[in-house]
Design a protein around this ligand. Sequence first.
Ligand SMILES: CC(C)(COP(=O)(O)OP(=O)(O)OC[C@H]1O[C@@H](n2cnc3c(N)ncnc32)[C@H](O)[C@@H]1OP(=O)(O)O)[C@@H](O)C(=O)NCCC(=O)NCCS
Length: 191
Amino acid sequence: MRYNLSMSQLHIDLLEPAGFDDFLRYLNDHLSDNGRGDTAYFQPLPRADSRFPADKAAAFRAGMQTPPGTPGWRRVWLARAADGRIAGHIDLRAHPERYAAHRCLLGMGVDRAFRQQGLGRRLIEHAAHWARTSAQLAWIDLQVLSVNAPALRLYQSQGFERTGETHDLFRIDGRSFAYTGMSMRLDGHRP
Ligand SMILES: CC(C)(COP(=O)(O)OP(=O)(O)OC[C@H]1O[C@@H](n2cnc3c(N)ncnc32)[C@H](O)[C@@H]1OP(=O)(O)O)[C@@H](O)C(=O)NCCC(=O)NCCS
């Protein structure tokens, strides 16, 4: 079923630790779309294992309470429809490498019932504004499966530039997948 979004009634709010279990239920439902029907694979996970890995929950929770700029930090924002239902999410997190605290990594998704109404764009604008103004980061980086045409188009339209592609990075469900790297500069300087 498809829901028409009224952008004026849409709220994008930071996920607080108390809402984490609710978010995980939404995320597991979202991940069940991975490679299903018309939806391209959007996570490097096999169809049979397309759920949030349970062993990562503790680090995820801890990251939400870690200050930006500190190893392991993470922030998640949820878009909610007027009835409170989660319509989409975006998260920014620390790079695992040292000396890269001026950059972050992005992940996101929009619930199947709310796609192609501009919500993906709104979520990126929201997170990029926070990264630029509150966290004072210089770059947002991401990796996307090269078969995920909707996401590639969305990122390009929002100012991300391709930085490279690794062919045959994953072999999942009997198929080979390439991974595309993309980055967006936030501070206006050229490299
Ligand atoms: C990719 C995704 C986040 C897009 O969210 P969305 O809310 O539908 O995107 P928007 O409505 O804001 O679309 C913005 C732009 O993205 C592109 N886009 C979005 N959906 C598209 C589709 N199905 N086909 C082609 N381009 C698409 C278009 O350029 C669009 O601009 P336009 O409407 O002016 O043509 C959503 O399809 C999704 O959650 N997919 C599954 C999870 C996923 O891929 N996450 C990203 C993992 S890296």
